[in-house]
Design a binder for this molecule. Structure first.
Ligand SMILES: Cc1cc2nc3c(=O)[nH]c(=O)nc-3n(C[C@H](O)[C@H](O)[C@H](O)COP(=O)(O)OP(=O)(O)OC[C@H]3O[C@@H](n4cnc5c(N)ncnc54)[C@H](O)[C@@H]3O)c2cc1C
Length: 137
């Protein structure tokens, strides 16, 4: 990707390069990368439990409590160590907030985003990230 292509409300295009002429960043499919990583982890013996939602954590007991989605099943899983990587609404972090002197703050940006799927062959610059402004109706 050589830069960003901005599409304004009037349909005008403006190009913002990422670097000097000839310079570029490499862009790959996030879903494709996730697939490669999952396959590699599986090959190394990692077990995956999809559709299991972590709902609580027992910090002292290094246990996590999961709900299996679509069923009423609740499971408690213990381990020597737990790494919580469950994102912005982390259940693990919520449980940590009940421990002594744990502090946390969260702020939100004042704009939103919407993803579109634009098939190849459209009138879109293929070596640029596409950005657009949109009116919220
Ligand atoms: C539109 C958009 C564009 C972005 N662009 C960039 C960028 O260009 N560069 C950049 O550096 N960052 C970018 N970011 C930010 C980046 O995606 C995040 O900072 C990063 O993904 C956070 O990683 P994470 O592992 O903490 O959480 P996540 O990537 O959100 O991963 C959390 C995972 O936990 C799972 N999960 C959530 N809750 C539970 C639960 N209760 N039980 C079990 N699993 C659960 C989720 O399904 C998810 O798989 C962007 C974010 C957005 C939304």
């Amino acid at each position: 990707m050589n830069g960003r292509m901005m599409h304004d409300l009037q349909g005008n295009l403006s190009f913002l390069p990422y670097g000097k002429k000839g310079q570029f960043i490499n862009s790959i499919s996030r879903a494709g990368l996730n697939g490669i990583l999952l396959t590699a982890a599986e090959g190394s013996g990692v077990n995956f439990f999809f559709n299991h939602k972590c709902v609580d954590a027992d910090i002292d007991g290094t246990s996590l409590i999961f709900e299996e989605q679509g069923t009423a099943a609740v499971k408690k899983v213990s381990a020597d160590a737990v790494i919580g990587a469950d994102g912005s609404w982390s259940a693990v972090r919520a449980a940590l907030q009940h421990t002594d002197r744990f502090t946390y703050s969260q702020t939100f940006i004042d704009h939103g985003y919407k993803e579109f799927h634009i098939p190849p062959g459209s009138n879109i610059e293929k070596n640029a990230f596409t950005f657009g402004h949109a009116k919220v109706l």
